[in-house]
Design a protein around this ligand. Structure first.
Ligand code: G1P
Length: 295
């Protein structure tokens, strides 16, 4: 078997999207910096990768995204002020979230040509090793982080892995969809993938939910820059071609937690409510306020 099981150290976060669905909030602020309770969306996703043991965080950014780089840096003036004021808890909070020097890399996607193109922009930073890819819009909430579950499956099977989760049949045209050998199994071989299938043609109701473990051979295919659904360079199309190569396998890892699509307004609002309700310091007051609001 040539399927690679090299240790997974790096994760890629495509954060170049314009966020047009959230205008005017995202006119000057990246959509990834919108907060779910008191952490930016991107911080929640980086937290998931760190909890899974990732050591290097690669951000594919674009114009107007500089504040994301600032967010993952130390902020000397702020820390000094907090220290002078004796704000120990806040200082500890900032220190806990701060990646070590050298653990982050940033590169720009110069034109919005699609997810496949954004991932291709990471090729030099990833190099010749497998990597995780996390789409920041999609918050995966579960006791065990989604990527940690995927790494377990990866350590057992090697190759490429994709998180999937069921969606209603009338939503399959909005996502990448995977057909699998055994739809009930936690981990199953993928038999088919299709990006945004026309209504009524999806091979299953399992959508590709935005967490991937990919082998570096994907970059060579993405480099062909072939366009697909919506005229964009689609990651799914290169994954299909990669899966046809000898020695390359694709497994689906079924995610059983809750997914919030923070690229949609309802998903974003629900993430805020759900994450706040999961916190002891906020839940009692929030519940009582929500009850009042809903009459
Ligand atoms: C991308 C992927 C798609 C996946 C989706 C998850 O689509 O191409 O396969 O299901 O993310 O959010 P996009 O949302 O960029 O259109």
């Amino acid at each position: 078997m040539t399927t690679s099981k090299r240790r997974l150290r790096k994760a890629v976060f495509p954060v170049a999207g314009l966020g047009t669905r959230f205008l005017p909030a995202t006119k000057a602020m990246p959509k990834e910096m919108l907060t779910v309770v008191d952490r930016p969306v991107i911080q929640h996703v980086v937290d998931e990768a760190r909890a899974a043991g990732i050591e290097h965080f690669i951000f594919i950014t674009g114009r107007n995204k500089g504040v994301i780089e600032d967010h993952f840096d130390s902020m000397f003036e702020l820390e000094q002020t907090l220290m002078q004021r004796g704000k120990k808890n806040e200082l500890e909070l900032l220190a806990r979230d701060l990646p070590e020097a050298g653990q982050t890399s940033f590169t720009r996607q110069q034109a919005p040509l699609g997810l496949g193109h954004a991932v291709w922009c990471a090729r030099e930073l990833v190099g010749n090793e497998p990597f995780a890819l996390l789409l920041p819009d999609m918050l995966h909430s579960a006791t065990k982080p989604c990527l940690a579950e995927m790494i377990e499956a990866y350590e057992a099977h090697g190759g490429n892995h994709i998180a999937v989760s069921p969606v209603p049949q009338d939503q399959t045209h909005l996502y990448g969809i995977a057909g699998v050998e055994d739809a009930k199994a936690k981990v199953s071989r993928i038999t088919k993938m299709v990006e945004k299938p026309p209504r009524g043609t999806a091979p299953s109701n399992l959508h590709i939910s935005g967490r991937y473990i990919l082998q570096p051979e994907i970059f060579e295919l993405l480099g062909k820059q072939t366009t697909g659904a919506g005229g964009e360079i689609q990651l799914t199309d290169s994954m299909i071609t990669l899966g046809e190569r000898p020695g390359q396998t694709f497994h689906a890892v079924r995610f059983d937690g809750q997914i919030y699509d923070c690229g949609s307004k309802i998903g974003f609002l629900m993430a805020n409510i759900a994450y706040a309700l999961a916190r002891d310091d906020l839940a009692p007051a929030l519940k009582s306020e929500l009850r009042k609001l809903l009459g």
